[in-house]
Design a protein. Sequence first.
Length: 285
Amino acid sequence: MTAPVPPSRGFDPEAEQEVDFAKYVRLLAVRWWLLAAGVVVGAVIGYLVSLGGSQIYAATATIYLGQPYTPTGGGLVQNIQTNPSAVATAVQSQAVQNTVANRCKTKASAFEHGISTQAIATGASAKTGSQVNPLVKITVQAKKGKVAACAANALAEEVVSAKHLGAYAAQKIANLNAQIALDNAQIKSVQTAISNVGLSDTIKLILQTTLRSDQIDKTTNAQLLLLAKGVESPRVYTHAASHKITARSRRNTVVIAALIGLILGALTALLWDTVVPRLAPRNGD
C-alpha cells in the first residue's frame, strides 16, 4: 500500500526574505571591519581630494543706499534708492560690468559669473511699517584676488554714482549749492547797502529785515544740504578686500567619500564568500 504524499506547503516569499535578510545582517556583523575600513579609507581619500580643490578669491563691498527726502526735508520719498533689487539689477548689467572691467584692466568674463548682492535689513518704517534696507553687500568671486577686490569696489562706486542710485541726491545737492551761493550774494549786497551813509532809518530797518531773512534762508538751505550729503546721498560704506576661499566644501567632500566607502565596504563584506574563493586558485598559480 502506497504511503500518502504529504501536501505541498508551497513557497513562502516572506520567509525566504527573512532568511536572506538575516544572512546579510550576519555577514555584515562578522565582517564589520570591512565597513569600518571603507569609511576610514573613503574619508581619507575625500580629505586628500578636498585639499586639491581649486582656490578662488572673494571680496565684499557694502554700500549705503541713502534715504531720499522731499525738497524741504519733510518726508521720505519712494524712489529707486529705496529698492535693494535695483543694486542687483545694476551690477548684472553688461554695460556696468564692461565699465568695471575697463577700470580694473581685465575682462568682464573674469568676474561676471561671481557677482552676488545681499540686502541687510536694519529696521522698519515708522509710518508704513515696511522694511528699510539702507545697506547692501556686493560680493565678487574671481580666480585672482586683485580682480575680485577691484571689481567689488568698482561695482559699488558705479552703483552709488549719479548715473544710478545717486541721481536724485546729486541734483538736490547741486540745487542747494546754487541756492546757498545766491543767498551769499544777496547777504553781501544787503550788507553793502546798509553800510552806506545817509540812509534813512526806515530804509535801514527794511534792509536789516531783508538781511535776517536771507541769513535764515541760508541756514535752512545749509541744513538741507547737510541732510542731502549725509543721509540722502548713497555712498560706499565699506570697501572690499579679497580673501581666499575653497571652491569645494571640504566637509561635504569628506562626508560623501566616507558614505561611498561605507557602501563599498558593505558590498565587499556581502560578496566576500563568493569572490575570495575564486581568486584564491589564481593567486596560487
